[in-house]
Design a protein around this ligand. Structure first.
Ligand code: DGL
Length: 263
C-alpha cells in the first residue's frame, strides 16, 4: 500500500537544500518537506544552549504536524550540538549531518584538510572527535564564517556577488600555518555547497570540495529500504518559521518545493 509519509529535512535556512538535492535524485518518489527555521536563523552565531533547546522542541512540533517517516537534520551546527538531544526526544529515525572529515581524509594527498563551517560548528568537540578518529595523520585546519552563510542565502534569492568576499573567507583557511598545502576542503556547513563554484573560483590553487550530501542520500535509502512510496510524488512543501521571503520561491521550485507554508 502506498505510504505518503514524507522525508523531512531541517535547517536554519536554505542550506539544507544541498542535502535534500542528492536524496531527491536517489529517491525521486519520496514526498518531501523542507523546513527552514528562518525565525531562528542564523544558528552559527548562537550558543550551544540555545541550539540544544530550540532544535528538539521545534522538531517535536514538526514531527506532530507532518508525521515524517524520517527526519534529516540538514545542518552541521544543529547536528554537532543537538543530535543526541533530538534522538532522545523523538521516536522517529533521525539522520544528522556532520562534517565530512572521513571522506576528505580518504582523498587528501597532501594530508592537509581545510574545514569550513559556522563558528559554532568549528569549535565543537564533535569535530575534534571526527578529526582524531578519521584524520589522525592529517593536519585539520578550521575556519568559521557567518558571512559565507549570508552569501549562500543571497545567491538563492537571485543576488550575485563578486569574488572578493569569497577570497576573504578562504584567506581564513589558506592563511593559516600550513594552509598553502590544503588539497581538500570540507564544506562543513550545508549552505556552503550552494556556493561551491564561487569558492572553487576564488581558491588560490585547485582543491577538492567534499560534503555530507551524497552519503546522507545513501543512508536515507538504506534506512527506508523496503518501504512503500506514493505512486506519484506529492508536491514538495517548504516550511518557514517566519514569514517566507517571496524572493526564494523560484529557487525552491527548482528543488521541487512548489508549496510554501509558515509554521
Ligand atoms: N546550514 C547550517 C549548517 O550546516 C548553519 C547556517 C547558520 O544558520 O548559521 O551549519
Amino acid at each position: 500500500m502506498a505510504d505518503s509519509r514524507p522525508l523531512l529535512f531541517f535547517d536554519s535556512g536554505v542550506g539544507g537544500l544541498s542535502v535534500m538535492a542528492p536524496a531527491r535524485a536517489l529517491l525521486p518518489a519520496a514526498p518531501l518537506v523542507y523546513v527552514a527555521d528562518s525565525a531562528g536563523f542564523p544558528y552559527g552565531t548562537r550558543s550551544e544552549g540555545e541550539i540544544a533547546t530550540r532544535v528538539p522542541a521545534l522538531l517535536g512540533r514538526l514531527a506532530e504536524r507532518y508525521r515524517p517517516r524520517l527526519i534529516v537534520i540538514a545542518c552541521n551546527t544543529a547536528s554537532t550540538i543537538a543530535l543526541s538531544h533530538v534522538r532522545a526526544a523523538l521516536d522517529v529515525p533521525i539522520v544528522g549531518t556532520v562534517p565530512a572529515i572521513k571522506p576528505a581524509a580518504e582523498v587528501s594527498v597532501t594530508r592537509v584538510i581545510g574545514v569550513l563551517g559556522t563558528q559554532a560548528t568549528v569549535r565543537q568537540p564533535y569535530v575534534d572527535d571526527l578529526a582524531a578518529r578519521f584524520a589522525a595523520d592529517c593536519t585539520v585546519l578550521r575556519h568559521g564564517s557567518a558571512e559565507l552563510v549570508q552569501l549562500a542565502e543571497a545567491k538563492l534569492r537571485g543576488g550575485a556577488a563578486d569574488s572578493a568576499p569569497y577570497r576573504a573567507v578562504l584567506d581564513g583557511l589558506f592563511g593559516q600555518a600550513g594552509g598553502d598545502r590544503i588539497d581538500v576542503i570540507v564544506n562543513a556547513c550545508t549552505h556552503f555547497p550552494l556556493v561551491e563554484a564561487e569558492l572553487a573560483a576564488a581558491a588560490p590553487h585547485r582543491v577538492r570540495f567534499v560534503d555530507g550530501g551524497p552519503g546522507i542520500a545513501r543512508r536515507i535509502a538504506h534506512l527506508t529500504a523496503g518501504q512503500d512510496w506514493p505512486d506519484r510524488p506529492a508536491p514538495g512543501v517548504a516550511v518557514f518559521t517566519a514569514a517566507p521571503d517571496p524572493a526564494l520561491v523560484p529557487a525552491l521550485a527548482t528543488y521541487g518545493l512548489d508549496r510554501v507554508e509558515t509554521l
